[in-house]
Design a protein. Sequence first.
Length: 157
Amino acid sequence: MHISVRKFKANDAEMVASVVAQTLRESNSRDYSQEYIENEIRQMPAEFFVSKAKQTHFYVFCEHQKIIGTGAIGSYWGSTTEFSLFDIFVLPAYQGQGIGRLIIETLEKDTYFQRAKRVEIPASITGLEFYQHMGYDFKDGRDVVDEEQLYRLEKVR
């Protein structure tokens, strides 16, 4: 399988929104209620990703021309030394094949990550073990989900 990586373009927005919705519905349904998932999907229409790409370095991961994964890195509340990873999704049919690792490795080669003293990731219950495997630890040792039902993980450099 050959995966190409490129920066997000505005005309990718519909496909990205579809990848995110499908991934949430199929992969995250074991850890979250349908109501929670549908609420998250409503908050991330195509326009959300166009806007997000203006504030982050947003990447898409493709097999041929099909977007199969996404990931972004951006400033943590305007900081120039702290950044966050966002919108890391892999289509369910491609999970377990190294695409998630490729996304993290790509984001960790990004100029934002390279100058970061700390990188945070809001991790779903579903993704927790993967992110821990990739070297991210609980922020401030807090191993409980927050009000958004996410874990806050970080990597201090």
